[in-house]
Design a protein around this ligand. Structure first.
Ligand code: RIB
Ligand code: CA
Length: 313
């Protein structure tokens, strides 16, 4: 497979952190052009710091990390400390980063990179609210046709919502931004809760990370030990969904996933269903397909890939 150039847009978050590690552990397939932080799980001051912590854990101080938007386009920021802890990376104790934060705003980096790189060669990988991506598309409409693909974690259909009965967190936090992205015409591949809820951090899978006997393996296990407590209590199952690494795993092994090319629209008008991703899975409307919406994953294959790659760090 040709080496993919990607920008990771992220709100670390333990699952974001594992996704970043997976990308950095796969240099033969993935070139990370930069990481742009966005406000989401925790405020921007923490997500930009956490992104740098993860790069240093992977031994990649060379990765450029940018701070992007600190609030949704039109809404008050909603965060998720109840899931990820006060720091956003609760679990293991990790040193503060010493690598610098880039001076450029994350949105400017996205625009400039897409204008500089050859058209159709850069994939955007949003793992949090879509504020940075939507702001870039609005500020520089010329970049839309230059984006090879957007592969994002967000939305839900059969699995319904996780932050409200109707909405998944990333879409809920900034539904106007999601609407802009889903209407952009850019090739979209979506990893909704329908998929990520099948990628559960069961005990054997977590112990496989811990048994690697490496710092990254231990940290991934301890992140999981922390953040899975909320979902296990809520859903009453063994393990928690490992959401964001599904995005990077798709780049590496698309065969692990299956879904449909359908129409997906975002609810922005109703307070009750704000951020709902209305997926026309059964094609009952004449609305044009705008996204490949994933519905299933080979969970054993996913965790085997993840463990094998984390072992390389
Ligand atoms: O709903 C799950 C998503 O919200 C994940 O990206 C998680 O990191 C949070 O951002
Ligand atoms: Ca995230």
């Amino acid at each position: 497979m040709a080496r993919r150039k990607i920008i990771i847009d992220t709100d670390p978050g333990q699952d974001d952190a594992v996704a970043i590690l997976l990308a950095l552990a796969s240099p033969a397939e993935i070139e990370v052009l930069g990481i742009t932080a966005v406000a989401g799980n925790v405020p921007l001051a923490l997500t930009q710091k956490n992104a740098r912590i993860v790069c240093e854990l992977a031994g990649r101080r060379d990765i450029a990390v940018f701070a992007g938007c600190d609030a949704p386009l039109k809404r008050r920021l909603v965060t998720a400390e109840h899931v990820h802890g006060k720091t956003g990376l609760d679990g293991p104790v990790l040193p503060d980063p010493t690598m610098p934060l880039a001076d450029t705003h994350g949105v400017d980096f996205i625009v400039e990179t897409l204008r500089t790189e050859a058209p159709g060669t850069v994939t955007l990988c949003p793992l949090g609210p879509l504020t940075n991506i939507a702001t870039a598309l609005e500020r520089a409409p010329d970049i839309g046709p230059r984006i090879a693909e957007i592969v994002l974690m967000g939305g839900a259909y059969f699995e319904v919502g996780n932050i409200t009965p109707a909405a998944e967190f990333n879409i809920y936090v900034d539904p106007e931004a999601a609407e802009i992205v889903f209407r952009s015409g850019v090739k979209l591949t979506v990893m909704p809760l329908d998929v990520t809820h099948k990628a559960l951090t069961t005990r054997p899978r977590v112990e496989a990370f811990r048994n690697l006997g490496t710092d990254p393996g231990r940290v991934v296990a301890e992140w999981t030990d922390f953040f899975e407590r909320f979902d296990e209590a809520k859903y009453g199952q063994d393990g928690a969904p490992l959401h964001d690494p599904c995005v990077i795993a798709y780049l590496l092994r698309p065969d692990l996933f299956s879904g449909r090319n359908i129409n997906v629209e975002i609810e922005t008008g109703s307070d009750l269903t704000r951020g709902m991703s209305v997926a026309d899975w059964w094609r009952v409307t004449d609305r044009a397909p705008n996204a490949t919406f994933m519905g299933d994953v080979d969970a054993d294959g996913f965790f085997a890939l993840l463990t094998e790659r984390v072992a390389r760090l």
